[in-house]
Design a protein around this ligand. Structure first.
Ligand SMILES: Cc1cc2nc3c(=O)[nH]c(=O)nc-3n(C[C@H](O)[C@H](O)[C@H](O)COP(=O)(O)OP(=O)(O)OC[C@H]3O[C@@H](n4cnc5c(N)ncnc54)[C@H](O)[C@@H]3O)c2cc1C
Length: 479
């Protein structure tokens, strides 16, 4: 009898729960061959405009851990994950030829680099009479369920939310299959590469990290369960979300959502279960709100395509008013701007790959509006460093903060000093990342430039030597 074989290409959907491509492959084929390719361009390549390493060590390690766990989970179901390092359009094509499969199933990506790769693979497959089959896997909402075509998606989140939240149901997450059929073709499983094979040295996490992220589906589900199982954390989310210190001020689910270890639909359904038990409130709504916002940015990326990466953004706003100033950028990257709130955040991302939402908004606003540095440089630095990098979320947020996004209300030139005082009133966060400011009293910690000579002497801190002078005049924020 002719065996119908399908390849299941795992991409940004490193999970077995709610995996539509997995279900569709199982429904179509007698045998399913799961494959993950560490794309050499993603791990060894550079960012598009400014040449930062494309995947920094924090995200690289998170992906390795996620793939390792996926392999173990597949083995438990009687299957094996085939792992390769190379170009998916070549590696998967090779496996398709060898296995004489009929299709490659995958969850569809929508942004330029990812589309180029899936198109190249599709073309290669056609040459041997095989096909790509695309599923959906990254969103809360299905495009086909929306009350408007993508090109008519409202440009403002408020409008999008109003048209969607009450009228469009979130579909139920799909279950983990009970078993996978074993594969009768002999394929070399391949090793999951270690960090050094992906161009990074092994490293110890910084003990000051807000959270010790570990990749993998079970870790993502565990974190979700931990955050919303009782009332304490999720019911405080609205108030605590703007925090900056500690594990629990926000969900910390972003890296798992970004790599698809956790499905947003699963997060939504667990949230609903929590609400059935404990009731709905502002905080549970807030979590839903941000999952919707994540979808909104993805729909904007679909609607505006490559424009999200352009300096003038989706709406062709603004002009070339930013400079590609590497010197200023470097001071920002190294946390040497002389603005403690900015420097602390920039040192956190450099040492951990993570930064709070409040921090990201401030450092982005500071770079684009105060320093006048091309916001794309900041976006690419984030692309390189973030453990939770997600194309649409990163570029969409940078678009909006720079003022070139589709939602003009979001354009923001933040008052960094007020933000610092509001969100780090005693300076505890700043002191964690800037030990040189440890001895400063709370009223001076955000403005060390205000220390008199005698105070500097007393505190053994010389502004200009031990900590830089502020790059911008901070007084304007006080008035
Ligand atoms: C300049 C800038 C760049 C950013 N880049 C990314 C990125 O590459 N990847 C990423 O996941 N988030 C990005 N964000 C959004 C946000 O900062 C992070 O999602 C959030 O801080 C992650 O921590 P958390 O999981 O604890 O979030 P929580 O506050 O607990 O929120 C829950 C989830 O909602 C989603 N979410 C929350 N806020 C946003 C938002 N503003 N935009 C999109 N989704 C959101 C995330 O998936 C998050 O995990 C960026 C924000 C800014 C201002």
């Amino acid at each position: 009898m002719y065996t119908k074989r399908a390849i299941l290409w795992f991409r940004l959907d490193l999970r077995l729960h709610d995996n539509e491509a997995l279900h569709e492959a199982l429904n179509s084929a007698d045998e399913v061959i799961p494959v993950y390719v560490f794309d050499e361009r993603t791990f060894f390549g550079k960012t598009h405009y400014f040449g930062f390493p494309k995947t920094g060590k924090f995200r690289a390690r998170f992906i390795i851990e996620s793939v390792e766990e996926l392999r173990q989970s597949l083995r438990r179901l009687g299957s094996e994950l085939i792992v390769r390092v190379g170009k998916p359009e070549e590696e998967i094509f090779g496996i398709a030829k060898q296995a004489r499969s009929s299709w490659v199933f995958c969850n569809r990506e929508r942004t330029a680099e990812e589309v180029k790769i899936q198109d190249a693979l599709e073309k290669n497959l056609w040459s041997i009479g095989q096909e790509m089959r695309y599923s959906r896997g990254k969103l809360l909402y299905y495009t086909s369920d929306l009350p408007f075509p993508i090109q008519h998606t409202p440009d403002t989140f408020t409008q999008f939310r109003k048209e969607v939240e009450r009228y469009v149901p979130v579909r139920s997450p799909l279950p983990v299959p009970a078993a996978l059929p074993s594969v009768t073709v002999a394929l070399e499983p391949g090793e999951v590469p270690g960090l050094p094979c992906l161009g990074h040295e092994e490293f110890e996490p910084d003990p000051r990290s807000a959270f010790l992220f570990k990749g993998g589906e079970s870790e993502g589900l565990r974190r979700l369960e931990y955050y919303i199982r009782g009332k304490e954390l999720i019911d405080d989310f609205k108030e605590s979300r703007d925090g900056m210190l500690g594990e629990d001020y926000s969900t910390k689910l972003s890296p798992w959502l970004a790599q698809g270890c956790l499905s947003p639909k699963m997060a939504y359904y667990e949230l609903r279960k929590h609400e059935e038990q404990y009731g709905r409130n502002k905080s549970t709504y807030e979590f839903f709100y941000y999952l919707m916002y994540r979808d909104f940015l993805r729909f904007m990326a679909k609607k505006y395509g490559n424009q999200i990466f352009f300096r003038t953004g989706p709406l062709n706003n603004g002009g070339p008013r930013w400079r590609n100033d590497w010197e200023l950028l470097q001071q920002w990257i190294e946390g040497r701007t002389g603005i403690p709130f900015i420097d602390a955040n920039m040192r956190e991302i450099r040492r951990t790959g993570y930064m709070s939402s409040r921090g990201r908004q401030n450092v982005a606003s500071f770079l684009a509006h105060e320093l006048g540095v091309n916001w794309q440089m900041g976006a690419e630095y984030f692309e390189s460093m973030l453990i939770d990098y997600d194309v649409a979320s990163n570029w969409g947020n940078w678009n909006n903060i720079a003022g070139v996004g589709s939602d003009p209300r979001e354009a923001r030139n933040l008052n960094i000093l007020s933000q610092a005082k509001a969100y780090d009133p005693k300076g505890d966060y700043v002191k964690r990342w800037l030990p040189e400011l440890k001895s400063l009293p709370p009223e001076k910690v955000h403005q060390p430039g205000q220390l008199s000579c005698s105070e500097q002497k007393e505190l053994h801190l010389k502004i200009g030597d031990d900590y830089p002078e502020a790059m911008v005049d901070m007084d304007k924020w006080s008035s």
